[in-house]
Design a protein around this ligand. Sequence first.
Ligand code: HEM
Length: 436
Amino acid sequence: MTDMPAIAATDATRAIAKILLPMAAGGAIARRPTMMRMVDRLNLDAGAIDEMRRLRSKYGPGPVQITPGRRLALVLDPDDVHHILNNTPEPFRPDTKEKRGALEHFQPEGVLISTPEERLKRRPLNEAALQTRQPVHDHAATMSAAIEAETEALLGHVDFAGGLSWRPFAIAWWRMVRQITLGASARDDTATTDGLLRLRQDANTSYLKPTRKKLRARVLASIQDYVERAEPGSLAQMVATVPAEPGVERHQQVPQWLFAFDAAAWATMRALALVSNSPEVVTQLREELAGADQGRPDLPYSRAVILESLRLFSTTPLVLRETTTETEWASGTLPPQSSLVIFAPFFHRDPDHLAEADSFAPELWMRERTDADWPLVPFSGGPGMCPGRNVVLMVSSLVLSRLVSGHDFSGREFPAQRIPPSLDPFSLRFRATRRA
Ligand code: HEM
């Protein structure tokens, strides 16, 4: 098999400008709201998806290599997506050079940037603490109580203001997340989450900015305190008490959880925008919540709505892998240490393979999906798949259902069959009225 050739320089430049640069500009680790607004206004997500389609029709399904020096190839074929994700961490390791450079700013011993050997110890700890395979976490009652208290307070504000915008939503969200993750006493500990945010902002530039070692030590020490305190019903208690191999830094797994709850906030706010255009969906959400066990809320339909928000508006648009050995593809071989880029929005909205491509269709998620299906990978897939997905879906679905159960929301209007390619969560605004 021949070495994979780089594509024409003009196509490579277009691919970098239209697909990779807008993603980097939006902020890979901490979103930049002004850039997100611009990405939305200029329709850059749609441009990136179109560019991927153009590349596939010009070069065929094999990955296309866009940088000749250090190899970087864009994946275009659904079978390649499944193959790469299912064969993580070898020969496709998730701890790519770019990710290590970025995440070392705030979690040098986190699972996502572990070597394949370190991963063997850290991944099981994450799965045990987050109860990856359980739709409803054992700490659901405590989580649900925090969600109820904070959404009630938020809805009080909504009644007073006559609507909802990003800022009050984000304040309530982070109060909830700190309680769920670190413990009840962390509700107002903005110093820890703001410190983490500053480190994440540095992480956007990967290696280019030196790490603020003092701030990192302070944030990690604060998280470690919460883990040692192990407040009942928190994820900190889980990570402190589940079995783990000797030498695993338990508290160092937690920054990723806090960081990733940001994406869940955008997904929830966007889901609210989607459902506020679909009254029949709101009716189903209300009925489901009314019939649920409030102590262990399992809301499959509401979870499907959140998954649909994540399909239509990816919060992790780029899933990256680095090869550990030579690998073979329809378009040629790649040497070890080549980067592979899965651009999820391209697969999530492909009209040639998904009748619902640009429609809001929660029912897509109401059945088990397999590798025979077209890849929809909001949480990635295979052994590296997000271990927090069930916690995220539980928290976000409950927040969404609680918000809409007693209020009618209206905001940006769009037809449910033609969902816009981008939806900047920071500029969303809703009018709201309490139901009689
Ligand atoms: C909407 C919210 C979220 C989305 C869309 C999401 C998605 C993802 C994706 C795509 C990955 C990368 C997997 C890969 O490289 O193949 C990932 C990794 C991870 N996520 Fe999430 N995530 C979310 C929230 C969370 C939350 C709230 C937690 C914890 C409470 C969490 C825990 C993790 C961990 C620990 C990893 C690293 C897994 C590993 O490398 O083995 N995520 N997530």
